[in-house]
Ligand binder design. Sequence first.
Ligand code: GLU
Length: 321
Amino acid sequence: MTHGHRGRFAPSPTGDLHLGSAATALVAWIAARTAGASFVLRVEDVDAPRVVPGCEAEQLEELRWLGLDWDEGPDAGGPCGPYRQSERGPVYEAALESLRERGLTYLCDCSRAEIARVASAPHAGDEGPRYPGTCRPHGHASRDFRRPPAVRLAVPAGEVVVRDRWQGELRQDVAREVGDFVLRRGDGVFAYQLAVVADDLAMGVGEVVRGADLLDSSPRQTLLARLLGGEAPDFAHAPLVVGADGERLAKRARGVPLRDRRLAGESGSEVVGHLARLLGLVAADERGPVAPRELVGRVDMDALAGVRQVRLRAATGESAC
Ligand code: GLU
């Protein structure tokens, strides 16, 4: 960790925490504790329609059950609060305003179907097809919008280079490969990319540790952090835990949600022991439960280098991991 003094885990209360989320939380927690950094629990409930009532409380309880703790969070408070994105609207408004003042954003009322029709090449990424910039010349000028407009970032040309602690160097020409991405949706919801960058900057997060499924977002986030006048955090993308078949974990698959593990009478330390072996943080023949604090300063986190994903030994069931 080269700057900033906080690490974080940032779950979205939109579904159950599962073995994959537990692995990410564990790795982020060990990295922060090993670096002597504070650990922040940030609830990413910015997309209100997707939030599941009661989910946040259950997630926090399950993280405690695993043996993880945090110095700042919605329950603990702290100097960088609030720690729920749903309460941080003014922070995101200010970020949007600072970009708008410098002509870096514009309003867009194109529909998904229109974008798909004119997109030059299909793009499998999370942003959908690359936006061709149709509305860019209009800036923020008022005109007859066909639907409530989204706010897009006018992405500057050029390559963004990210040096990930475990996944190596990633180069992306965001303008060419992703295009002008959305910062605020037409329905008024702030986009994940904006919220996460504004929060990591405001909270002084020095190293973002998360699952490798978000690796592709790191050039966008680096770019946005710089445009907001900040220093982008370092990135460390941990291997994604996938099913034995290599598929993303189906949250409902038996044995995968942490709730199933608890209800089956397993302890959080047993799950942590499984995950630490699976990730190669402790020797495969080291049996039994492991409390997260036993791993601080003891494990070699370079074991994660170059590993994009790890498979559970069985797709479902009690023998998973
Ligand atoms: N809230 C995101 C998720 O649950 C994580 C965002 C991040 O770590 O940058 O997938």
